[in-house]
Design a protein around this ligand. Structure first.
Ligand code: ADE
Length: 418
């Protein structure tokens, strides 16, 4: 079996950490037990490009239990947990191609290695498998039943492909499930971004001016948790509805130009490019900290910052100092890559349980129904979303009410008024 990882000797540590994560993933555990009995993915070749974390390992085990042949590469050069990739290779016998800190060339080489499986299903976090297949590995398309996509940025890319009529197989957008974005994007990104900044900097939040660029579900989570830690939170937005929502949620809303002058810590969570750029760097206070929790490292104009800096040096792990010609220092965390996965461990297992339950059940859905689907982006079927919510509640020991016959009748009628 081929694999490319940092060090196989890290496998025992990875195994123990995967076990720890699995304890907080009861929904996936139930799915795994059913998959083991019924083998819904029997004979299916599944190529995955995901953050290689303990939670992803639990998903890989689940897919394998369902009968799939799985290969895995990283969806970001800095998010791999090397002990996890070692355990995946050694204990789970999964061909894995991922090394934390790999350069861009290796990153794409690993994508090609995973695609050598000639997959029936692709599982993406950021759409790099789909985009590589559609540009450089077109011959693979004929085998493919469909794909799944984990994250907002990937879904934006895939919808653009579908709108232009170039998407060649159906995709299920896991990101659009309620049991994904309400919890993973909001509570997961919220907590893990705070965690990443803390681990990288050891800064006190209280009393700091904390600027969140983007008030989507991830931005909402980051702002909420920063506020909870005592920071004075500012939100920047381009969407008037979201800007209004942030205002009514109690945050100061202003342009990045204004925020640049007062912020102590900046986090981008927009999915777009150059959200913090040259004109903002020149306005920033000495000591400003900048980081990104969006999928790609494009939200901060780092090339510009490098050009503007008269000096740069590494201060400690995950902190790079840039000294500008005006004498001020700006600190960039984790090379502008996902700070929550690069400097911390990503979202906690308890939320990844639901996101990855959606992945597993969407793969099963593709096997059952893929041939009848069009070459567009679909949401996760509502039945799956509700089933995951019900299983999660039950795992938490929470009981909910049921509609009575009378209530059902009332809700389906229009004649009854006051
Ligand atoms: N994306 C965000 N957090 C993650 C995690 N813990 N595992 C895999 N993908 C993630």
């Amino acid at each position: 079996m081929k694999y490319d990882i940092k060090d196989i000797r890290l496998a025992e540590n990875g195994k123990r950490r995967i076990e720890w994560a699995a304890k907080d993933m009861p929904v996936l555990k139930l799915i795994k037990a059913r998959f083991q009995r019924t083998k819904p993915l029997k004979g299916i070749r599944l190529a995955a490009c995901l953050h290689v974390t303990t939670e992803t390992a639990v998903l890989m085990e689940t897919l394998k239990a369902g009968g799939a042949h799985v290969t895995l590469c990283a969806s970001n050069p800095l998010s791999t947990q090397d002990d996890v990739s070692a355990s995946l290779a050694k204990h789970l016998k999964i061909p894995v191609f991922a090394i934390k800190g790999e350069d861009n060339k290796t990153y794409y080489k690993h994508i090609r290695s995973v695609l050598a499986l000639k997959p029936h299903i692709t599982m993406d976090d950021g759409a790099d498998l789909v985009s590589t297949i559609h540009t450089k590995e077109k011959s693979l398309i004929k085998n493919i039943i469909g794909g799944t996509e984990e994250t907002t940025t990937g879904v934006i890319r895939l919808r653009a492909m579908a709108d232009k009529g170039v998407l060649k197989y159906p995709i299920i957008s896991v990101n659009d499930a309620y049991t994904k974005y309400l919890f993973d994007n909001r509570y997961g990104t919220g907590q893990s971004t705070i965690d990443g900044i803390l681990r990288a900097t050891n800064r006190l939040y209280a009393g700091n001016v904390f600027v969140v660029a983007g008030y989507g579900w991830c931005g909402k989570g980051v702002a909420m948790r920063a506020k909870g830690m005592g920071a004075n939170v500012i939100v920047t937005e381009v969407n008037p509805l979201r800007a209004l929502e942030a205002t009514m949620d109690g945050y100061r809303v202003m342009s990045m130009k204004q925020a640049a002058e007062v912020g102590d810590i900046f986090v981008t969570v927009t999915g777009d490019i150059n959200v913090i750029e040259r004109s903002h760097f020149t306005r920033m206070k000495d000591g400003a900290i900048i980081c990104n929790s969006g999928h790609f490292n494009v939200e901060i104009a780092l090339k510009e910052l490098k050009k503007m800096a008269k000096r740069t040096r590494k201060i400690r792990e995950f902190i790079q100092e840039f000294t500008l010609k005006n004498g001020r220092n700006i600190y960039v965390l984790a090379e502008g890559r996902l700070v929550n996965l690069a400097a911390a461990e990503g979202h906690p297992s308890v939320v990844m349980d639901m996101s990855f339950a959606n992945q597993a059940l969407s793969a099963e859905h593709l096997v059952r129904k893929g041939k009848s689907l069009n070459k567009i982006v679909y949401g996760v079927p509502q039945k799956i979303d509700r089933e995951i919510a019900a299983l999660k509640l039950s795992s938490m020991g929470i009981k909910v009410d049921k509609l009575s016959t009378e209530q059902k009748k009332y809700l389906s009628s229009w004649e009854m008024g006051t």
